[in-house]
Design a protein around this ligand. Structure first.
Ligand SMILES: OC[C@H]1O[C@H](O[C@H]2O[C@H](CO)[C@@H](O)[C@H](O)[C@H]2O)[C@H](O)[C@@H](O)[C@@H]1O
Length: 599
């Protein structure tokens, strides 16, 4: 069978984890009970043998259509065959007790012969479960967990696989469910499918009531991004995963394959900022509590990322039994970037705290205490080299963007004293802010070339520099910044989509091979255009970028401009965040970019 591409997938989720479902009706990625648990369906980055759950017509499909039910995370896939039409409705009810997936098959037209195939392999596609018959279905148990599979259709076992054959007829519904449980407890009975559907439907519709109709022609794509960000949030703690997948490659056949099922402070603060200005303040408060807990103890030991429960140890290792997406090995679990020094993170946190305050979010004494620790730490460390926003795996460098974010730390701390009466050493901070500014202008800006450079020792370009006007370091219309944005567009863009930096010899990042264009950076370039007054051009660019998502409105981290296909983990929070911000920038007078940089 022809293999699915990243763009062929949609997600369903229950605010603890998500499942990736292909347009052919196959669930090919599922980690239970949490985002970062071992996958029990891993075909996405392996083969059929590593687990999948497919419901599809037996005969050839002439047309596949998919959509989410409006303002929900309920996915509807319609198959048209020569014999008729049938739809599969997939959802995970927001979690009450046990994680569960429901799949409802409804005939629309004609009589269509259908097949259901399920291979469960725990421990990332390796462990065959112990299968027993139970009332209304099967129990599949391995190690600490188990899945209870139920259906109103007879389930059979064949060659270590569960199958069902049935017909889709208008007016009839076949239901399938999978409920996860601890292996020491009895498999739970499924809830009534319609009731579970109503629960999921009303949860999402209620959640989206908070989303204002302010995005004009982009309302639908923004709403999908907001729902996606919510789906990537781990409800018990408020942590947000960068993406629910691991090792979807940045280059087909390459080794740039990373595990994103963790909470990066950078990605999470960007996410919150996007949600906060759209009125989703509850998320912001929950995340602030998460951060305070994660940083509890000695705040100078702040990490750049944590596990979704606040875990600090995220050791990175490879699992050789999975072949990788389109043979892009290795498949990595864990992320060694968790031990890196990334100076920008402190600026992102300080900016988030400042924006909380501006938007009237309740002040917290603990958070000011944490901010003072951050300021103190950055005062002592801003002049040290780091691994930077892109988490390079080569030697540390003096990245210009990192220094700018160190400037942001002091800028926001000073503003909190000046504007909100917080007690702090603002005189001292002003002097440090000036020193950092001087250092950046002397080393991070190249007079001869007329643009800001990636780091103090090179003349490379870097798309993170597009954030300089967005954080208020420089005006987007300043000739230095205009020239920087122009140079980035000229040298790093391929068909209007921007690479992070030059890989290979001219921009060594400690890794072999190349990568695709980076979607978040491409949205940042549009933001620069808006701020520099080029609104028409910006809108044209934005419209083109929106074509790079799939028909469900989901975006990956990167894109392959040669093969016109998605790359990198999927869906990626950072891309959806950038999309939301840019949609606001191109549609609204007080855009987030202007709002963030104005007093
Ligand atoms: O490019 C090498 C690095 O790639 C990953 O980092 C990227 O994803 C992060 C999460 O979205 C994002 O915060 C970071 O800015 C990106 O560069 C990977 O996680 C790293 O381990 C890897 O070194």
């Amino acid at each position: 069978m022809e293999r699915e591409l990243i763009e062929d997938y949609g997600i369903i989720g229950d605010l603890h984890t998500v499942a990736l479902i292909s347009k052919r009706g196959s669930i090919d990625w599922l980690c239970l009970p949490r985002f970062d648990s071992n996958a029990c369906l891993a075909r996405l980055i392996g083969s059929d043998e590593n687990g999948f759950w497919r419901i599809t017509p037996k005969e050839p499909v002439i047309k596949y259509e998919r959509r989410y039910l409006p303002r929900t995370l309920i996915l509807e896939t319609t198959f048209t065959t020569a014999s008729g039409k049938v739809k599969v409705i997939d959802f995970m009810p927001p979690r009450n007790s046990h994680p569960s997936i429901y799949r409802l098959v409804e005939g629309i037209d004609g009589v269509v012969d259908m097949t259901m195939e399920l291979i469960v392999r725990f421990d990332y596609g390796t462990t065959v479960p112990w299968v027993r018959h139970m009332e209304g279905g099967l129990s599949m148990v391995s190690g600490s967990g188990g899945l209870a599979i139920s259906s109103n259709v007879a389930l059979e076992s064949e060659d270590f696989k569960t199958i069902a054959n049935f017909q889709a007829i208008p007016g009839e519904t076949q239901t399938f469910s999978a409920i996860y449980h601890d292996s020491i407890t009895k498999p739970p009975a499924p809830h009534e499918a319609r009731e579970s559907f109503e629960h999921a439907f009303s949860f999402w519709q209620n959640y989206m009531k908070g989303c204002k109709p302010i995005f004009g022609e982009y309302q639908e794509v923004v709403e999908r991004s907001i729902i996606t960000l919510k789906a990537l949030t781990y409800q018990p703690t408020g942590a947000i995963v960068a993406s629910p997948t691991t090792s979807l490659p940045e280059q087909i056949g390459g080794i740039r394959n990373w595990d994103y099922r963790y909470c990066w402070l950078r990605d999470a603060t960007f996410t919150l900022y996007a949600l906060m200005i759209d009125g989703f303040e509850r998320e912001a408060l929950k995340w602030r509590e998460w951060l305070l807990r994660a940083a509890a103890g000695d705040p100078t030991q702040l990490q750049i990322m944590y596990g979704i429960g606040g875990e600090r140890l995220i050791p990175e290792f490879t699992i050789p039994w999975l072949s990788g997406y389109r043979d892009s090995a290795p498949v990595r679990i864990g992320n060694a970037a968790s031990n890196q020094f990334q100076l920008d993170v402190y600026g992102e946190l300080m900016d988030a705290f400042y924006q909380f305050r501006r938007s009237g979010i309740k002040y917290s004494e603990e958070s000011w205490h944490l901010q003072l620790v951050i300021v103190d730490f950055v005062a002592k460390n801003w002049d040290k080299p780091d691994e930077g926003i892109w988490e390079i795996r080569g030697p540390r460098r003096h990245f210009t963007y990192s220094k700018v974010m160190a400037w942001v730390v002091f800028d926001r701390a000073i503003k909190l004293v000046e504007r909100y009466g917080m007690a702090g050493k603002d005189q001292e901070w002003r002097a440090i802010r000036d020193d950092i500014h001087k250092s950046i202008m002397a080393n991070g800006y190249n007079e001869e070339l007329g643009y800001f450079v990636q780091d103090y020792e090179s003349t490379n370009l870097d798309a993170s520099l597009l954030l300089l006007p967005l954080v208020g370091f420089i005006d987007a219309a300043d000739p230095k910044m205009v020239r920087t944005a122009q140079a980035i567009d000229e040298r790093l863009s391929i068909n209007n989509v921007v690479k992070r930096y030059e890989t290979g010899e001219s921009g060594e990042d400690g890794l072999p091979g190349d990568e695709g264009v980076f979607l978040a950076c491409s949205f940042w370039l549009v933001d620069n255009m808006v701020l520099a007054g080029k609104t028409k051009e910006a809108k044209i660019r934005f419209d083109k970028l929106l074509q790079l998502g799939n028909e469900l409105g989901l975006f990956s981290e990167e894109y392959d401009p040669n093969n016109l296909s998605m790359l990198g983990n999927f869906p990626q929070a950072l891309t959806h965040v950038a999309l939301i911000n840019t949609a606001r920038n191109v549609t609204q007078e007080l855009s987030p970019a202007k709002h963030r940089t104005s007093s």
